[in-house]
Design a protein around this ligand. Structure first.
Ligand SMILES: Cc1cc2nc3c(=O)[nH]c(=O)nc-3n(C[C@H](O)[C@H](O)[C@H](O)COP(=O)(O)OP(=O)(O)OC[C@H]3O[C@@H](n4cnc5c(N)ncnc54)[C@H](O)[C@@H]3O)c2cc1C
Length: 390
């Protein structure tokens, strides 16, 4: 996501780009991704707003519910005048990642100086004052003016820049699936918005995609102690126990999940020093976050547009542009990382913590929640005024 949108953003500035991707097909698989209104001006800057909005589902609301009691904890309407007036008339989007990649790939394909190299795993780099050489696992060498490492949460290039730093494992795993709406019970089909059920040590979230023809579902579960693999009977028993305790829609969603595949959920500590001379981190490699705000991919897209503005600015050389990039992006992305951790606790707590969380959430009005989200959902300022001379 970050690599592709950065390739497009730089390509649109007329800069030559080699995108190096280890997979043999860029963005061939994927599930749903929500994108707040802050992303839409980034899509506009990338010249793909219309295509992405057309390929997206626009959920009417986000609803957070207690999985045991069905009590509504939060309700955020996303299509009302109050929402639209607040966020410059911009929509809240949900899109299949494959569809988003497709739009970005098509836009890149129109730029003759953007080259996509699939099946190319970068294993190392070297740099001097003239440029950077990125080495591929098959002995290839790619030479450029700069190297942007958008290699995700478990970034090898971040490890080279910061050997002491490693992903912070959350102890949770995610299961994801996309199912045809026609195969689902009414209790799941009836909700048009984003629905999230929260309980002790788990949450389940689902929303329609692709013109409501499919439902995207994610189940996030804290691994019970001692359980290492999803095939463990103890894990299956754990899921069954949760299912027996929750309300019908949450149970129905959990019952449809494919429990064989899982992703370990981790994030990173906020870290300064994204760049070393002509090499910078970007996207999850720089600031991977828990998905509490559904904003990791959104931050990557913001990164790509901001970095292209800086690298396209002839007043800054590469090293200055990278320093300015971190300066412009650090606080916002660190805030997403840290507030996501705190929201993660709110989503997964139990006992007295959950009772206090419920009291806090239910006493807040919709307006209060929007006020808490303004810093995130209000589009960023793309002007370079704050960073000139950085
Ligand atoms: C369950 C879940 C739900 C989420 N939901 C949302 C959401 O709704 N909204 C949202 O905005 N975000 C969401 N996120 C976060 C989002 O998925 C990530 O923040 C986003 O994918 C980060 O993009 P990235 O390009 O930086 O990293 P990645 O998507 O991880 O991409 C890294 C790329 O680098 C390639 N790569 C890695 N190493 C090498 C190498 N050595 N050489 C060459 N290529 C390499 C990989 O193959 C991959 O294509 C969610 C995350 C999870 C886990």
């Amino acid at each position: 996501m970050a690599g592709l949108s950065t390739a497009l953003a730089l390509g649109l500035k007329g800069l030559p780009v080699q995108l190096l991707e280890q997979a043999d097909q860029i963005g061939a698989i994927g599930y749903g991704v929500q994108m707040g209104p802050n992303v839409v001006p980034m899509l506009r800057a990338l010249g793909v707003e219309k295509e992405v909005v057309e390929a997206s589902y626009l959920p009417p609301d986000i609803e957070l519910l207690d999985a045991y009691t069905s009590e509504r904890l939060t309700h955020l309407p996303l299509k009302t005048p109050a929402f639209l007036n607040r966020y410059q008339g911009l929509p809240y989007l949900a899109i299949h990642r494959v569809d988003l990649h497709e739009v970005l790939l098509k836009a890149c394909a129109k730029l003759p100086h953007v080259h996509l190299n699939q099946s190319t795993t970068v294993i190392d780099f070297e740099q001097d004052h003239n440029g950077v050489r990125a080495m591929g696992s098959e002995g290839q060498v790619f030479v450029g003016r700069a190297l942007i490492a958008a290699d995700g949460l478990r970034s090898k290039l971040r490890a080279k820049l910061h050997p002491e730093d490693s992903p912070v494992e959350s102890g949770y795993v995610a299961h994801r699936c996309l199912l045809p709406m026609s195969q689902l019970p009414d209790v799941l089909k009836s909700r048009a918005g984003v629905t999230m059920w929260t309980g002790k040590g788990f949450h389940v979230i689902y929303y329609p995609l692709r013109g409501s023809s499919v439902l995207n579902m994610v189940l996030v579960v804290q691994l019970p102690q001692g359980v290492q693999t999803v095939s463990d009977q103890a894990y299956a028993d754990h899921i069954e126990r949760i299912k027996s305790e929750v309300s019908e829609p949450a149970r129905a969603a959990m019952g449809h999940m494919d429990l064989k595949r899982r992703w370990a959920i981790a994030d990173r500590e906020p870290l300064r020093g994204w760049s070393d001379k002509r090499v910078t981190l970007l996207g999850d490699s720089a600031h991977a976050t828990l998905q509490s705000f559904a904003q990791g991919a959104c931050m990557a897209m913001e990164d790509s547009v901001v970095l292209a503005e800086l690298l396209g600015n002839s007043a800054l050389d590469v090293q200055e542009a990278f320093k300015a990039f971190e300066k412009k992006r650090f606080l916002r992305t660190a805030r997403v990382q840290l507030q996501s951790r705190s929201l993660w606790e709110d989503f997964h707590c139990g006992g007295h913590w959950a009772a206090v969380r419920t009291a806090r959430f239910t006493e807040q009005k919709t307006e209060d929640f929007f006020r808490c989200l303004d810093w995130l959902w209000t589009p960023i300022d793309l002007s370079l005024a704050q960073v000139k001379g950085a």
